[in-house]
Design a protein around this ligand. Structure first.
Ligand code: NAD
Length: 237
């Protein structure tokens, strides 16, 4: 009998969903490496440099101009993919979401156990006194966002050159290692160390849903080249 995503989901009890920027493109947020992704748009300095810890320290004005313009899509709503994943958790079939995204859309869709490997635009702290701020505070600030104490407010997102949060990494790896099915979706699997996490999977079914080919295609039990929202929406009713 042909192996389908519906069959895999119905047989699974401990699914982990591992996603990237492609999970949010159907919400209108561009990814990095697609045709219309951020890396194909023309900037004087590449997004990788602009989103680095060094650039944040040396050019805070330019960092925040780019960050506010491109990384704070507060208008975006969860799409069919986020909603389908939340439904799987509600049905008791999904252990957790491990995401490289920083947009918070899985939680907005209702997902509870979400490991945000690269942090979140919704958490921001003063670098001097630690006071917390919302994403809206960052967006409406004039230039570099400042705390009432005068310190710079830094988004809790992992910039290039910064390490991932230890507890988040531990939780994500533990969850993937316990999974019976790993669904990898909407990621080019080129950003490390996050991309390497899929290698700790020891379960039965490794599934990939992605528009373009990835280095993982050959190793999967099921590969679907399509839109993650459409594919998951049809498989999870
Ligand atoms: P990427 O841009 O490198 O790759 C995205 C992949 O998703 C591509 O292979 C593309 O073919 C695929 N894709 C795009 N739309 C799709 C769709 N609708 N259905 C199925 N596949 C689709 O993204 P990445 O691997 O996540 O790495 C980029 C890094 O950028 C991540 O670390 C992430 O933190 C960050 N990022 C986050 C956001 C966000 O939070 N929404 C947006 C852009 C970038």
């Amino acid at each position: 009998m042909e192996l389908t995503l519906e069959k895999i989901i119905s047989e699974s009890e401990r699914i982990v969903f591992f996603g990237g920027a492609g999970v949010s493109t159907e919400s209108g947020i561009p990814d990095f490496r697609s045709e219309d992704g951020l890396y194909r748009q023309k900037y004087d300095v590449s997004p990788e440099v602009m989103l680095s810890a060094d650039y944040f320290r040396s050019h805070p004005e330019k960092f925040f101009a780019f960050y506010k313009d491109k990384m704070l899509p507060l208008w975006a709503k969860p799409n069919t993919a986020h909603l389908a994943v939340a439904k799987l958790e509600e049905e008791g079939k999904l252990l957790s979401v491990v995401t490289q995204n920083i947009d918070g859309l899985h939680q907005a869709a209702g997902s509870k156990r979400v490991y945000e490997l690269h942090g979140s635009i919704h958490r921001n702290h003063c670098m001097r006194c630690g006071k917390a701020y919302s994403a809206e505070d960052i967006l409406k600030a004039d230039g570099v966002p400042r705390c009432s104490c005068g310190g710079i407010i830094k988004p809790d997102v992992v910039l290039y050159g910064e390490p991932l949060d230890g507890e988040t990494v531990e939780g994500a790896i533990e969850s993937i290692a316990r999974a019976d099915t790993l669904i990898v979706a909407g990621t080019s699997l080129t950003v490390y160390p996050a991309a390497g996490f899929v290698n700790v999977f020891r379960g039965k079914y490794l599934v990939l849903i992605n528009r373009d080919r990835t280095p993982l295609d050959e190793k999967c039990d099921l590969v679907i080249h399509g839109k993650v929202g459409e594919v998951l929406g049809a498989a999870v009713r």
